[in-house]
Design a protein around this ligand. Structure first.
Ligand SMILES: *Cc1c(COP(=O)(O)O)cnc(C)c1O
Length: 399
């Protein structure tokens, strides 16, 4: 029988190898050491020269981080990975390593708020220009690409309105122009979507969200080719210092083991809630790619047949006043600016996660004042609908 590559759920547990050879420990050991001893001075010299693989210092690499990197690379179908202190650290080191003053980035205009701010303000200060395009229109990308473009940056599905980008089409443009295509895969996780299989070059993650899954560690990761990751590790990552703490990578390794189970439940509950919200008189519109009336329903169904993710958003008839009343009544669902947690979290993007955008930028990104984003947790769906119903009844008193 031909060897079959192991399945996703198996790799999420065994993708970094078997029990620890030194101790027999079944889970990867937590190694919170800052430095690692060499056999002798020559060994140290060879390690520093990159002639012999070795952990030197945990700002560069660490055995617990390495186990997480190995598993993430297997799950994304990439050669190797790099753990970072946060999702923003992953995005920043990737873009800064690709671009220098005078270079350009083409990015979708529907981005996580801090990513938009990084491109629009911080990179601009360094002389790196970003051209924002409508990410859902493949024809919008090519006119923005020129001889100075070094990266195409895609976040799909977008946060918070869950618009999908045809990653294969954008990756083809990048390949023809010789430009690196970077995809933020935070919302889907590799369980639902693997951008590298669609031609992307680099994947970035906020591992804080679904990968860790329990809202207990701010963390990030980059997955890509071995040469790119090696250059990053021995370049900006070493010099800027956004290393992941091994304590956090240990938590992430534990979280990752249940990723497929959690994503199945997140997807199922989110679809159920999206349908329930659609039928509620306080709700004007629901955005969830699993609903037939979402503009990207067909694309999302083609790109991620396993499910549509755990995040949805919706608008209320009564706008901001109704939202303030509604959010005050919630008991199970917390008002918090995170997603991908075991617990359900709700937020008003216009005044929180996306408040750094100007009114025009918010409009362009589809963020209206009457929109709320819900990250659907792993609670019983009946308890979530009870909680939302109490809140939405209060919203209707205002509307
Ligand atoms: C949270 C998030 C980020 C930033 O990640 P941090 O871990 O908070 O730094 C980037 N992209 C997306 C889509 C996110 O949801």
């Amino acid at each position: 029988m031909a060897a079959r590559s192991r399945g996703f759920a198996t790799l999420a547990i065994h993708g970094s190898g078997g029990p620890d050879p030194a101790t027999g420990a079944c889970t990867p050991p937590l190694v919170p050491a800052a430095a690692f001893a060499f056999r002798d001075a020559e060994h140290a010299a060879r390690a520093f020269a990159g002639e012999e693989p070795a952990h030197i210092y945990s700002r560069l690499s660490n055995p617990t981080n390495a186990a997480l990197e190995q598993r993430l690379a297997r799950l994304e179908g990439g050669e190797t990975a790099l753990c970072t202190a946060s999702g923003m650290a992953a995005i920043a080191v990737v873009l800064l390593s690709l671009c220098r003053a005078g270079d350009e980035v083409v990015a979708g205009c529907r981005l996580f708020g801090a990513t938009h701010h990084l491109l629009q303000h911080q990179l601009a200060r360094l002389g790196i220009v970003t051209r924002f395009v409508d990410p859902t229109d493949p024809a919008a990308w090519s006119p923005a690409i020129n001889g100075r473009t070094r990266a195409l940056y895609v976040e799909t599905p977008s946060n918070p309105t869950l618009r999908w980008t045809d990653v294969g089409a954008v990756a083809e443009l990048g390949r023809r122009a010789g430009v690196t295509v970077v995809v933020d895969n935070t919302l889907s996780t590799p369980y639902l979507f693997r951008p590298l299989e669609h031609g992307a070059d680099v994947v970035v993650h906020s591992a804080t969200k679904f990968l860790g899954g329990q809202g207990s560690a701010v963390a990030g990761a980059v997955v890509g080719g071995a040469d790119f990751i090696f250059g990053l590790r021995r370049g900006l990552y070493q010099d800027l210092g956004p290393a992941m703490s091994p304590w956090h990578s240990y938590l992430l390794l534990l979280g990752l083991e249940t990723l497929s189970l959690r994503m199945e439940r997140h997807c199922r509950s989110a679809l159920e809630l999206a349908r329930w919200l659609q039928g509620h008189p306080a709700v004007a519109r629901v955005f969830y790619p699993g609903l037939a009336d979402h503009p990207d329903h067909a694309l999302a169904t083609r790109l991620c047949p396993r499910g549509y993710g755990g995040v949805l958003s919706f608008t209320l008839h009564g706008g901001w006043d109704a939202i303030k009343q509604a959010l005050r009544r919630l008991r199970t669902i917390a008002v918090a600016a995170n997603l991908g947690d075991t617990r359900s979290l709700i937020v008003h993007p216009a005044t929180t996660t996306h408040s750094q955008l100007t009114a025009a930028e918010q409009l362009e990104a589809g963020i209206s004042a009457d929109l709320v984003r819900l990250s659907v947790g792993l609670e019983d769906v009946g308890d979530l609908t009870d909680d939302l119903d109490r809140a939405l009844q209060a919203a209707m008193e205002v509307a």
